[in-house]
Design a protein around this ligand. Structure first.
Ligand code: HXC
Length: 514
């Protein structure tokens, strides 16, 4: 063969392999309103930046007529490309090839991309669309998934890991995304450990695949998904936006964007939070007024909505925002809110993203279900995560800051770098109504007009404790600021703290209460 003939053969082979499972399977994928594995990569990475690795990979299975059978690229496209000019490593399962099923070589290719991400300190993006372990390969395919899980854990906290769930992701396969930092699930995608038919057989419960494993179920009830997208393109846009806030690895700071460094006071902040502690409001109105361009990427908006977490920038610097949401459960912390907050705090700390905590919390949610569900164990996660975090920690107390919940919302004693309070802040060991009932029970009962007495005592308690001044006198609050000036104070503090280094005792790892 001449070189020209060899090049022609090479190009033909490449072209055939890049067609995955063939034109008919690609059409089926499009009919499902889904992109193919390669189209997803094209939509994610900068033009012409993708370098593929392992296009010619082949399985070694001979069971069930598999000998000699070719699965293009072994059902997963892997390699590296840039997103917004920054390198990522990625794997994209190809459902058109044996349903994206993961055999030994398929999984090895994914692990190879993960190791490259680890060595180069670049994020790993895994686009899932698969029927799970390739059944014909038996234990080899199981072992393949085991290696993926192990390497997910190796990468954890070193490089950001993002999973997109674009199709089926069932059985044990769902544990790879679960071991990564963020899950973006499309409307078409279904995630579950056991599907509807197995559940019906085992427990008699009947449920559709969508109700069980669709994105709303996996976010709202399960807290598994972090973002829900109508389709692949939206999911990929979320992925790009998310990456823009993150450093490439744990040794880098997040990218800093050019920003205007003039901060004008925003008087509307003086009135968004009602002075009446019984009135609620949407804390996202505060967040969007504090951050650059009102650009706030909320994480898990539909799960534990009584706490709001997400990424934003202040004068071009990435920050993680954690805020109580008074419009849901009055902003009280419950089991799910504690888990959601703690996980987000740990992510930000691992990747050098300063934390801004906005406090308006009446306490931990009372209730038998909460106690028996382990609110002590779960609430402790938030205390643990904030205490363990060494990134700049800035807290703004807007209104209520009561009891243990205030401490758990990055109170001063957790080595918080700055605690600001608005003049509307009420900082106390517990809310006035509850406090008065406990400490003045006898006085109220013996009074001629118990109602009136109770009102007077509540007022007296409020003027003594439920202001920021007592806390500022004890230096639990570093400064009391006008709400309108908050963005300026945050920007200044982030600037002052950007070289913060804090060293802790050496240990293998802390024991966060799981
Ligand atoms: C081998 C598979 C496969 C698998 C699908 N295919 N899943 N091949 N191993 N796990 C193949 C099908 O045979 C078919 O091949 C092609 O992929 C497309 O599948 P369809 O069934 O035609 O597609 P669809 O109707 O869209 O249904 C998709 C599906 C279904 C819901 C994912 O295929 C399905 O239920 N698959 C099995 C899922 C499963 O039970 N997986 C668990 C495996 S064990 P042809 O040649 O016809 O195109 C596991 C444990 C992992 O994952 C543990 C890790 C720790």
């Amino acid at each position: 063969m001449s070189i020209d003939e060899k090049v022609k053969e090479l190009n033909e082979r490449k072209e055939r392999l890049k067609l995955g499972g063939g034109r008919a399977k690609i059409d089926e994928q499009h009919e499902r309103q889904s992109l193919t594995a390669r189209e997803r990569i094209e939509s994610l990475v900068d033009k012409d930046s993708f370098q593929e690795i392992g296009l010619f990979a082949r399985h070694r299975c001979t069971n069930f007529g598999m000998a000699g059978k070719e699965f293009a690229a072994e059902g997963v496209v892997t390699g590296a490309g840039s997103v917004g000019g920054r390198l990522v490593h990625l794997a994209s399962q190809d459902f058109t090839v044996a349903g994206g099923s993961a055999g030994e070589v398929h999984s090895d290719k994914i692990v190879q991309a993960m190791l490259a991400a680890l060595k180069t300190g670049t994020p790993f993006v895994f686009m899932n669309d698969s029927g799970g372990a390739r059944i014909q390969e038996g234990i080899d395919s199981l072992a393949g998934y085991g290696k993926i899980f192990y390497h997910n854990v190796m990468l954890s906290g070193v490089v950001p890991q993002i999973s997109l769930i674009c199709g089926p992701c069932a059985g044990g396969a769902a544990y790879s995304p679960a071991l990564t930092d963020f899950i973006i699930q499309t409307a078409n995608a279904r995630m579950f450990i056991t599907g509807p038919s197995v559940i019906k057989e085992a427990t008699g419960e009947e449920i559709t695949a969508e109700a069980l494993g669709g994105p709303l179920s996996q976010m709202n009830y399960a807290g598994v998904a972090h973002f829900v997208a109508e389709n692949d393109l939206v999911a990929l846009r979320i992925c790009k936006r998310l990456l823009s806030f993150l450093p490439s690895n744990n040794l880098e700071d997040p990218p800093q964007l050019e920003a205007d460094d003039i901060v004008v006071p925003d008087k509307t902040l003086n009135t968004i939070v009602p002075i009446d502690p019984k009135k609620s409001y949407d804390v996202r109105q505060v967040i969007t007024r504090l951050v650059d361009g009102g650009d706030f990427l909320e994480v898990q908006p539909l799960f534990a909505a009584n706490i709001v977490v997400g990424f934003a920038r202040i004068l071009g610097r990435s920050v993680g925002v954690v805020a109580n949401q008074p419009s849901v459960l009055a902003g009280a912390l419950d089991i799910n809110a504690s888990d959601k907050g703690a996980r987000f705090v740990r992510f930000c700390n691992a990747f050098n993203i300063p934390l801004i905590t906005l406090v308006d919390v009446p306490g931990f949610l009372p209730g038998v279900q909460q106690e028996q569900g382990g609110i002590i164990r779960h609430g402790a996660k938030l205390l643990f995560a904030y205490s363990a975090a060494t990134v700049p920690k800035i807290t703004v107390i807007m209104r209520k800051a009561y009891g243990g919940a205030f401490l758990a919302m990055c109170g001063k004693e957790l080595e918080t770098d700055r605690v600001f309070a608005w003049p509307t802040a009420e900082i106390a060991v517990m809310g006035p109504q509850g406090a008065v009932n406990v400490i003045f029970r006898n006085e109220i009962a013996q009074s001629e007009d118990p109602q009136q007495k109770r009102r007077e005592l509540i007022e007296s308690y409020q003027s003594t404790f439920a202001t920021p001044y007592a806390a500022a006198a004890r230096r639990d609050v570093d400064d009391i600021i006008e709400p309108a000036e908050t963005r300026r104070h945050l920007a200044m503090t982030l600037d002052i703290l950007h070289t913060k280094r804090e060293f802790r005792p050496m240990k293998k790892h802390g024991l966060i209460p799981l």
